[in-house]
Design a protein around this ligand. Structure first.
Ligand SMILES: Nc1ncnc2c1ncn2[C@@H]1O[C@H](COP(=O)(O)OP(=O)(O)O)[C@@H](O)[C@H]1O
Ligand SMILES: [Mg+2]
Length: 512
């Protein structure tokens, strides 16, 4: 029953209870038996003592004329005459009077002769109960009866009790195991269902049918049925809530997509008219030229923003991507060339290993280009001139790993966790006006995820530390600084058949 602590505990409780009760019963009944037998022995002793003191003595026995008549086997007697011991012995099993030895006699004589019953150990004969009585003529008689019979009886009684208790405990253990297992088995069903539910991807997307506890189990009376029914009610509630959430998410996405789409046309008009004015042959005052230039650049920025929003909304909606073999090495070469043209003040490096090979993935060429463009754009925009940016690409196991590493100022540690969130800008003050939207990394992440890949950021920001007060030079504590973005995508093995997503199942498969 490993792995079922409740069951084990229940069985142990039953076994412990049975053991405790039988042990208590055994102890109490053994004590009661012993005390009853002792009382009986004491009564017999009283009678024997009376008999010894009052009945006429028998004929001289084996060395004693005081041997009492009618005493049972095992009865010990010590007879005094004028304060002197005249005879001391016990009746043996054959009814003969056997003399006591000196030690045994001494033990008996040591007892207080007060008419009360005392326990005495007679060497060689065992434990006895003894009492002194005075015969009518004044002479004392000590009578003793063996206690060993009682000890033997109680002993065998306890032996039987222990055997019975052991059997009872084993039986209780077996019965409790079977019963507890049977009673708790329905809970296992509930646990299995709960585990199935916990493995469902409920955090996003449409929610299908969530498994329930079998209705027969939920309808059962008793605690397990109640748990099952409550579980099913909870699942129904969760299902409704998740569908409502999904529905409202879809609405918001549709709204964002529609809104961005609708904004593109007026933005194009604004740009067009601004350009028209700027190129107009008529004389335009310089202030107006400046203003028109600003209108144009802001309209361009807004177009970029709207395009980003539209793309994100489409990626959110889970629109199927174009799927074709894409060589990321080629993409990296193009991206580096573009970046070099856009940022001639940076140092751009490409590292595809000693023997460059195509880095094939199954994906959407335009979207993957955008990921690289966003990462390289960031390395250009968010680092000072002179920064070295290295794009490297490698096959790692079944993945293609692309990384964009710069040795710029890095990103503060507290900004890293939310870096891929929408509208997150690590350096708010610097970039709000400089064409920064805070959507670039969110888009890159959405595209990579849509390809079944991962993207991660590592950054080492400088931590300035003052040395001693005597030398006020500032030292950089970090040995390295800069930012590295790592994109990992499932590789497409050369020669493999490209499996297309169900949305494009109709198109022919492509052999690479
Ligand atoms: N290579 C980098 N070096 C330093 N900071 C960076 C780098 N890449 C991204 N960041 C920070 O992450 C923020 C988010 O980037 P991104 O989502 O592309 O938005 P945007 O570039 O539009 O600001 C940027 O605002 C910038 O502060
Ligand atoms: Mg960016």
């Amino acid at each position: 029953m490993t792995g079922h602590p409740l069951r084990r505990r229940l069985v142990w409780i039953v076994v412990a209870l049975v053991f405790g009760v039988t042990a208590a019963l055994a102890v109490v009944s053994a004590v009661a038996l012993r005390s009853t037998l002792s009382d009986e022995l004491d009564q017999q002793l009283e009678l024997a003592s009376e008999r010894a003191a009052t009945t006429p003595q028998g004929p001289p026995g084996s060395g004693g004329e005081h041997v009492p008549l009618g005493q049972a086997a095992g009865t010990v007697g010590v007879y005094y005459d004028d304060g002197e011991v005249v005879d001391a012995g016990y009746v043996d099993d054959a009814g003969k009077f056997q003399p006591l030895d000196a030690e045994q006699l001494a033990a008996l004589e040591d007892l207080p002769q007060d008419g009360k019953i005392h326990t005495v150990e007679l060497p060689g004969l065992g434990t006895f109960r003894a009492v002194t009585a005075h015969a009518p003529h004044g002479d004392a008689v000590i009578t003793a009866l063996s206690d060993d019979g009682i000890t033997g009886t109680v002993g065998s009684y306890v032996t039987v009790e222990v055997a019975l208790a052991g059997a009872g405990v084993v039986l209780a253990g077996v019965a409790a195991t079977v019963l507890v297992r049977r009673a708790l088995r329905p809970l296992d069903r509930v646990a299995v269902t709960a585990r199935q539910v916990s493995e469902l991807p409920l955090d996003s997307g449409a929610v299908g049918h969530i498994p329930r506890v079998p209705p027969a189990l939920a309808a059962e009376r008793g605690e397990v049925g109640a748990v099952g029914a409550a579980f099913n009610r909870m699942i129904a509630h969760v299902e409704t809530a998740l569908s409502a959430r999904h529905e409202s998410e879809q609405q918001v996405r549709r709204f964002v997509a529609d809104a961005s789409h609708e904004l593109r046309t007026p933005l194009a008009s604004i740009r067009g008219y601004a350009e028209l004015v700027r190129r107009s042959p008529d004389e335009v005052p310089p202030a107006a030229t400046h203003a028109i230039g600003r209108v144009e650049s802001e309209a361009r920025r807004m177009t970029g923003l709207v395009d980003d929003l539209l793309l994100l909304a489409r990626l959110d909606a889970g629109r199927p991507l174009e799927r074709a073999p894409v060589d990321l090495a080629g993409l990296a070469v193009d991206a580096i060339a573009d970046a070099h043209a856009a940022g001639p003040d940076h140092v751009w490096r490409l590292d595809l290993g000693a023997r460059p090979r195509p880095l094939l993935v199954d994906g959407d060429d335009a979207r993957l280009r955008q990921v690289l463009a966003n990462l390289l754009g960031n390395a250009r925009v968010h680092t000072p001139a002179g920064t070295t940016v290295t794009v490297s690409g490698r096959r790692r196991g079944g993945d293609v790993v692309l990384s964009v590493a710069d040795d710029g100022p890095g990103i503060a540690a507290d900004q890293l966790p939310g870096l891929f969130q929408r509208f997150s800008r690590a350096d708010t003050a610097r970039n709000r006006t400089g064409g920064s939207t805070g959507l670039g990394l969110a888009i890159a992440e959405a595209i990579v995820h849509a390809h079944g890949g991962t993207i991660a950021a590592e950054s080492w920001a400088p931590t300035w530390t003052f040395q001693a007060a005597a030398s006020p030079t500032r030292e950089r504590r970090n040995s390295r600084e800069g930012t590295t973005f790592t994109v990992r995508l499932p590789a497409l093995t050369a020669g493999a058949q490209v499996e297309h997503s169900p949305a494009r199942a109709g198109s022919p498969t492509v052999a690479v």
